[in-house]
Design a protein around this ligand. Structure first.
Ligand SMILES: Nc1ncnc2c1ncn2[C@@H]1O[C@H](COP(=O)(O)OS(=O)(=O)O)[C@@H](OP(=O)(O)O)[C@H]1O
Length: 209
C-alpha cells in the first residue's frame, strides 16, 4: 500500500480478502485504523452468480447441482466448495472481529446497491467521513440491463453502465437445491444479522421471489 498523507484516502479492493485467513491480522499490523467495506448479497444468489462467472470461463465444469452436494441423496451440502463457503459470512466476519471493531466495518447490501444506490452510497460516504457528493442525481436506472448507471448531473453525455460481461444471466437451478441451500444458510444469515446488528432480509426477499 502506498503512504497516505493527511487529507488523502487510499482505497484497495480485493473481494477475496474477506475470506482470506491471514488478511485480518496482516491488514491490522499494517494500519489498525483501516476502514473495511464489504458488499454482501443473499448467499444463495451469490453462489449462483459465482458459479455463473466460473462457467463463463470454463464451460466444461459440472452443473451447480452436482457441485453443491457432497451427497445429494443424503442432502449433504458441500460447504467446502468455495462458491458456497464464501457465503457463510458469519464465519468470515468472526476472523475480522478478532482484530477490528465493528465501528470500522461497513456492510453494503448488494441488493440495495441495485435498488437504491444513492442511499447505499450515502452510507459509504458517511462511513468514510466524506461530504455527500454522490446523490440520486448521479444515477440512472437502465431497465434493459437491470442495473443503475452512473452519470454526472451536469454532463449531457451517456451514463456509464456495467460492461457487457457484467450482470450475467444465471442458469436455472433445481428449485429443490435452492430450497436446501436456503435452509443451509438460514442459521448463518441469522448469526450474521446478529453480529452486524443489521437485518439484510434475505429470507423475506426469498418469500417474495
Ligand atoms: N454496482 C453494482 N451493484 C450491485 N451489484 C453489482 C454492481 N456491479 C456489479 N455487480 C454484481 O456483482 C457481481 C460480480 O460482478 P462482476 O461479474 O463484475 O465481478 S467480477 O469483476 O467479474 O468478478 C455480478 O453479479 P451477477 O449479476 O450475478 O453476475 C454483478 O452483477
Amino acid at each position: 500500500m502506498p503512504r497516505t498523507v493527511d487529507g488523502q484516502i487510499t482505497m484497495e479492493k480485493t473481494p477475496s480478502y474477506f475470506v482470506t485467513n491471514d488478511a485480518p491480522q496482516r491488514i491490522h499490523s499494517m494500519a489498525k485504523d483501516t476502514k473495511l467495506i464489504v458488499v454482501v448479497r443473499n448467499p444463495v444468489t451469490r453462489a449462483i452468480s459465482d458459479y455463473t462467472q466460473t462457467l463463463s470461463k470454463k464451460p466444461e465444469i459440472p452443473t451447480f447441482e452436482v457441485l453443491a452436494f457432497k451427497n445429494r441423496t443424503l442432502g449433504l451440502i458441500d460447504a467446502s466448495w468455495s462458491a458456497l463457503r464464501i457465503g457463510i459470512y458469519a464465519l468470515h466476519l468472526e476472523s475480522w472481529m478478532q482484530y477490528f471493531p465493528l465501528s470500522q466495518m461497513l456492510f453494503v447490501s448488494g441488493e440495495h446497491l441495485i435498488s437504491n444506490p444513492a442511499e447505499e452510497l450515502a452510507k459509504v460516504q458517511e462511513f468514510l467521513g466524506l461530504r455527500r457528493i454522490i446523490t440520486d442525481k448521479h444515477f440512472h436506472f437502465n431497465k434493459t440491463k437491470g442495473f443503475p448507471c452512473l452519470k454526472k448531473p451536469e454532463d449531457t453525455g451517456a451514463p456509464r453502465c456495467l460492461g457487457k460481461s457484467k450482470g450475467r444471466i444465471h442458469p436455472k437451478i433445481d428449485p429443490d437445491v435452492i430450497r436446501r441451500l436456503r435452509k443451509f444458510y438460514k442459521p448463518f444469515n441469522a448469526m450474521f444479522y446478529q453480529m452486524t446488528g443489521e437485518d439484510f432480509q434475505w429470507e423475506k426477499e426469498e418469500l417474495e421471489g
